[in-house]
Write a protein that binds this ligand. Structure first.
Ligand code: GLA
Length: 671
């Protein structure tokens, strides 16, 4: 359900010329002379958008009902005079001390009953009625004060909803959970049936008996956990909507968003579900510095963000110029890495590149986190690279608004992520992303762009559709996936997909119940592998984590297990379906096995790379509605790399010469 509005908000893109560039700005940490220097430095770097006021509540309302907006007035006026737009934050991610002292019941409670105290941030439960009232109150004050301010281009609601804690187990949360269940199931009998409460004497006589899945002696009811996960994602979004309702009422013309945390590590919020409430999708992304393939994880996150955004341009709301401060060892980015990271996000659909934060803090918990203006000021590599990035983005205005081109879809479902990783399953090694990330990696390395799509999305434009560990699936989604194959796509489904319905009830009659017919196979028993155990397939593929006893029922075997006790049992199968095909994969292949399989799938689907390029070059193409196309070639290697493309070199100027220097990026406006 989306919040009603009296008129459509403007687009944030209309208020900013070219690609947006900037970051979180926390001027309240600095005296006036530094704030004035900030404006000069922002102009030097070409900054045009800033998120302001994210953690300012205690200064804006130092005592209940006593406000001090003078400093923010000055900051916004100066930014407006400099032509810089603002994503104004509701300062609600850190409630002030006076509020918590007066209402300690707003504090979050964990599954084991621990109350999380103030002293850091995000110390509130989104279901607290009192908190919602106060958060809506300060939002209204801000909206009324700045509704006509020329700097205001976007609302930045709260900050990273679900960061640090995303599930809340207190009494008020329990009450909200009960009401959510009541709306969802209508009757307690419906809930008993869905939760399978005949098992372990869990039958309920009324919704009042229900509690969240708090710490318990052993395995909790899996459907209760799945529903609590659904509820928890909904509760955060419902809190967002409370603030959005105020924003819509007071500033119907101003678009609103909140910064998501789409990545391979964030699974608690169903961002596909959230996106309908966001006028523009915004994401924060941080590299895991110790990951030698961190550019692939970045691409995964950016591709998934684009999926959440429905393939519309999105905002990279935060990333880092260099080191973060919250990993065990925080190395700075390598020379040129920030530019490659930034343009990789743009290559994958971002029309805004922003950072946490503008000026590196001198005090507080994040003083060792890099920023656009480092502790060392202008005489630093980071500052020079920030200025260089501003220049580069300035040359990419023609790219703004274009759409990323892709003919491969990976079906992505947060519910399947949650449900597949519940406990008491055949193997704790089965992780939702295991197979999915292997496919994405292989396609990334080949220069083939992937879209992530919800299981019920329109799949008609894709030649290849990959369905990985889609453990729970609705009838509607299963039919949608089957329809893609029938209409000509090559569809691959991996193990532990289609096993249960949305209530986490087994689809009986042989696995994988939802896809048995489409695939033309029937599995009678799973045989997960022990840690370190491998199975070998007849085509040489080595499999890890999983094997199973598959029978053919209309499909042909492309490869079989060769190891005891599954010798001769099909491991990779294919069935023609309509004008397309349905493939099954019954293990997690090693890298060579994945390459072999992806070769075959791409050939059958007739899908090719964006361009021919040397190894180490990341490729992506964005296309404007009028047909102009832009090839992004990002050279992650330390050697010059050849790329076959003809057109204008937007960053270097002149014709593209066919080589992207070591560590550099080329954006080619193709002929
Ligand atoms: C998150 C937060 C920011 C900051 C950064 C540090 O993204 O939104 O306030 O804490 O992390 O990496």
């Amino acid at each position: 359900m989306s919040v009603q509005r009296s008129s459509s908000p403007n687009s944030v893109w209309d208020s900013i010329p070219g690609i947006a560039f900037g970051g979180d700005y926390n001027p309240e940490q600095w005296p006036v002379d530094v704030r004035l220097e900030d404006i000069e430095l922002m102009k030097e770097a070409g900054v045009n958008l800033l998120s302001v006021g994210i953690f300012s509540w205690a200064l804006l309302e130092p005592k209940e009902g006593e406000y001090d907006f003078a400093w923010l007035d000055e900051v916004l006026d100066n930014l407006a005079a400099a032509g810089i737009k603002v994503a104004l934050a509701t300062p609600t991610a850190a409630p002030p001390a006076w509020l918590v002292r007066k209402h300690p019941e707003i504090l979050p409670v964990t599954a084991d009953g621990t109350v999380l105290e103030r002293g850091s941030r995000r110390h509130y439960s989104p279901s607290s009625a009192v908190y919602r009232k106060y958060a809506a109150g300060i939002t209204r004050k801000l909206a009324e004060r700045y509704k006509d301010h020329p700097a205001l281009a976007l609302w930045h609601v709260d900050n990273e909803l679900g960061c640090h804690a995303s599930e809340f187990y207190g009494e008020e949360d329990a009450e909200a959970f009960r009401r959510w269940l009541e709306r969802h199931y209508g009757s307690i009998e419906g809930l008993n049936e869905a939760w399978g409460t005949a098992f372990w004497s869990q039958h309920y006589s009324s919704f009042e008996e229900i509690i969240p899945p708090r710490a318990a002696p052993t395995t909790l009811n899996p459907t209760q956990r799945l529903d609590f996960q659904r509820f928890s994602s909904w509760a955060l979004m419902d809190y967002y909507r409370t603030l959005l309702a105020v924003i819509r009422e007071v500033t119907p013309h101003v678009p609103a968003t909140t910064n998501l945390m789409v990545s391979s590590g964030t699974r608690s919020m169903d961002y596909f579900d959230w996106s309908e409430n966001l006028d523009v999708v915004a994401n924060d992304h941080y590299l895991v510095t110790a990951d030698p393939e961190r550019e692939i994880e970045l691409a995964f996150s950016a591709d998934l963000t684009r999926g959440v955004a429905g393939n519309k341009p999105w905002i990279l709301m935060e990333h880092s110029t260099s080191a973060v401060n919250w990993q065990p060892r925080n190395q700075p980015k390598r020379p040129g890495e920030m530019l490659r990271n930034s343009l990789a996000h743009v290559a994958r659909g971002a029309d805004a590149v922003m950072f946490f934060q503008w000026r590196q803090s001198a005090a507080g918990a994040e003083k060792f986190h890099s920023a656009m203006v480092p502790h060392g000021g202008r005489e630093t590599r980071v500052w020079r690279e920030v200025v260089g990035l501003g220049e580069a983005l300035g040359k990419l205005s023609a790219v703004k608004g274009s759409i990323v081109e892709s003919r491969v879809a990976i079906v992505f479902d947060y519910e399947a992520w949650w449900a597949s990783e519940l406990d008491s399953h055949p193997s704790e090694d089965v992780k939702y992303l295991n197979v999915l990330r292997e496919f994405h990696r292989s396609l990334f390395l080949r220069g083939v762009t992937v879209d992530f799509v919800h299981p019920t999305a329109d799949l008609s434009s894709y030649g290849l559709v990959l369905v990985c560990t889609l453990y729970c699936v609705t009838d509607e989604a299963a039919a949608n996936i089957a329809g893609a194959a029938e209409r000509g796509a090559t569809v691959l489904i991996s193990y532990f997909s289609g096993i249960v319905d949305e209530r986490d009830h087994i689809r009986l009659g042989g696995y994988p119940g939802a896809f048995r017919e489409l695939l033309g196979i029937r599995t009678e028993e799973f045989r997960p592998l022990f840690e370190g155990e491998e199975t070998v397939l007849s085509d040489g593929t080595r499999g890890r984590i999983w094997s199973e006893h598959v029978h053919l029922d209309g499909a042909e075997a492309l490869a079989s297990f060769t190891t005891y006790p599954l010798e001769g049992v099909p491991a990779i199968t294919r069935r023609s379906a309509g004008t397309g095909s349905a493939w099954y994969l019954a293990t997690l292949p090693d890298r060579e096995g994945i390459e072999r399989l992806v070769d075959k799938l791409l050939t059958e689907a007739g899908v090719a790379a964006c361009a021919e390029a040397a190894a180490g070059v990341e490729l992506s193409r964005r296309v404007q509605a009028d047909g102009r196309s832009f090839l992004f070639a990002i050279n992650h290697s330390r050697e010059d790399a050849a790329v076959k493309a003809d057109g204008e070199d937007l960053l270097g100027g002149g014709r593209f010469g066919g080589v992207v220097p070591a560590g550099a990026v080329a954006v080619i406006a193709e002929d």
